[in-house]
Design a protein around this ligand. Structure first.
Ligand code: PRP
Length: 212
């Protein structure tokens, strides 16, 4: 067997979609391939070892080289600016970053408060817009902030739009489209170049062939 490749993956839907892509690329993952409560799962026939990580942490594992490659959302890569190579748009888990607020939120307000788990993205975006805002960092349930008066607006991921809708919020501006990306540790790319090139090539054929 070739050398092992370690892969950091976010749990949930991205993991499921990435596993489907790997199978389509003819990497034999076990039939019962899932994490349950386990944090490390091996696919020996594919020579792959998977770590289950929080989405925001995937690029950290890859940057430190404990994972050779990883699957990370463009939102996380924009926020964290890690020293990793972004080699392939996997075109899965499509969503987008947007500004939202309560209907009628006064856009001309001076230094409105913006709640987000993407403080760097939000700061950069409003700077580019020439608007002064106060960014408040939260770790989740961002939509709560305008409802209870913590913030005037939010910057967050919109996927189906259901969370905004059910909380009576409206989208005000679109910031950036988001999909999951394959990222690679620069040292791993040199040390395991053949295996990683093969993974990138096989996955890109699936993605570009529209099979994802
Ligand atoms: C994400 C995001 C939104 C929601 C958008 O939250 O932060 O809240 O999904 O999805 P929708 O447009 O399909 O409703 P997540 O579920 O990751 O939880 P979080 O609140 O802990 O960030």
């Amino acid at each position: 067997m070739n050398e092992w490749i370690t892969i950091a993956m976010p749990k949930g839907r991205i993991f499921e979609e990435a596993a489907t892509l790997l199978r389509k690329a003819n990497y034999p993952l076990p039939d019962d391939f899932s994490f349950g409560r386990k944090l490390i799962v091996e696919a020996p026939e594919a020579g792959m070892k998977f770590f289950l990580a929080k989405p925001m942490d995937v690029a950290t594992y890859v940057e430190h080289g404990v994972a050779d490659i990883g699957v990370a959302g463009k939102d996380v890569l924009m926020e964290e600016q890690r020293d990793v190579y972004e080699v392939l748009d996997l075109n899965i888990s499509a969503c987008y970053l947007a500004v939202a607020g309560l209907p009628g939120e006064r856009r001309e307000q001076v230094a409105p408060k913006v709640a987000t788990k993407y403080p760097n993205v939000a700061t950069q975006y409003f700077k580019e817009q020439g608007e002064q805002v106060e960014v408040i960092t939260l770790n989740g349930s961002i939509e709560l902030a305008p409802l209870i008066g913590l913030a005037d607006r939010i910057v967050d991921i919109v996927s189906t739009g259901q969370t905004l809708k059910e909380n009576g919020l409206v989208e005000l501006e679109t910031i950036e489209a988001v999909t999951s990306r394959l990222i690679v540790n620069p040292v791993s790319y040199r040390m395991k170049d053949q295996r990683i090139d093969e993974i990138v090539e096989r996955l890109s054929q699936i993605v570009e062939g529209g099979e994802s």
